[in-house]
Design a protein around this ligand. Sequence first.
Ligand code: EPU
Length: 432
Amino acid sequence: MQKYVINGGKPLHGEIEISGAKNAAVAILPAALLVEGVCRIENVPQISDVTLILRIIEELGANVRFLNKNTVEIDSTHISGFRVPDELSRKLRASYYMIGALLGRFGHAIVSMPGGCDLGSRPIDLHIKSFEALGASVDVVSGYVHAHAPEQGLHGSTIYMDQASVGATMNTMLAAVCSEGRTSIENAAKEPHIVDLANFLNSMGADIRGAGTDVIRIRGVERLHGGTYSIIPDQIEAGTYMAAVTAAGGDVLIKNVIPKHLDCITAKLVEMGARVEEIGDAVRISRSGPLKRVNIKTMPYPGFPTDMQPQISACLCLADGTSVVNEGIWENRYRYVGEFRRMGAQIQVDGKIAVIEGVNKLMGASLRACDLRAGAAMVIAGLAAKGKTEITRIFYIERGYEDLVEKLRGVGADIRLEEDDVEEYQRDADVG
Ligand code: EPU
């Protein structure tokens, strides 16, 4: 096990290249199971959640081959299994996409209940409701979801999402894409990765319209064919580095982004005093003046993303005045607050609301990452703080950030990896 050691207080200057989107990749790679043929998928981020998904896909009998660091070929022609064992499934949340993909391909899926970062209760009732609407019978037995299509296969249906769930929307698309007839998903989630999954499936022969709006319409097709697809850049990774520049100061060109996807993040960083300029498929961000207070409420896309809440809160710890953060998606996304307080931050939390009283400076401290985005926020706080910060349990951060240390060192950050005590953390690594 390793830890990050950061000597903070240095502004960032240079360029950072953004990797492929984690939350698109973890759905698109399972979607390749629906294809009887070879899918070449480019811009795949090298992160531990992707490694785990690919291991599951391989265990099911698919042929997985990397052509280079970020391009993978998946041949699912000969997959035979439809059972995903506990030891892999519970290591990440996105293993729930195996249910939709296997149900869509075979009409059967037996998948251990997913794991993932602890952000409070993370039910999958909406996923199950959608599979049932498509005709599947679904039971949870001894921690495994058993989903089976009727003999004549899944059929199209109109599905109303009680909540615009990212995972349930994408899982329904996976199950419905090769079903008989038409499916309509109403109150669908609209995140960029939903559109990316639809584009991937359409490029393999699916007929999906309306992704990115409230209503997604799917006309079932008999089969999907192989092809080549490139995953979109990671909105949250880009936002995280933009927040790092906002907190630590400096001037950085963030390359390989879709600026439109960043609008909801850019708006807040500009309100806080950053300057953001769009240059083709890059954004240049700088901050030299004082940080201003802002209020934030996290919402489904195109609102401010919950996956950026901890990172922007790290910036707000150093802003002039009092900011109010309202977490609108997850019930337990303030677990980083105790760690920030060790650095001198002043934050009060009451349920979904955090009140952050800006301080003049943060002081380096020993911190423990407690989930993926909280860990990223600790890196930002460490970069902005005076003195040395150590962050342990970085396996959380490695779930979603490719080459974080190299990218930050490339813009002048003083951050390095050091060896840490292995045994103490191993158990946590296994429950994600
Ligand atoms: N919900 C239900 N029932 C369900 C599904 C969701 O009540 O069956 C509720 C959740 O409890 C939550 C809300 O609906 O309050 C939204 O959950 P959603 O299903 O949209 O989240 P998810 O699919 O589990 C994905 C991302 C998360 C991200 C959320 C929201 C993946 C693998 N995970 O989770 O990403 O926070 O959407 O945008 O795509 C991260 O990357 O750090 C991360 C946690």
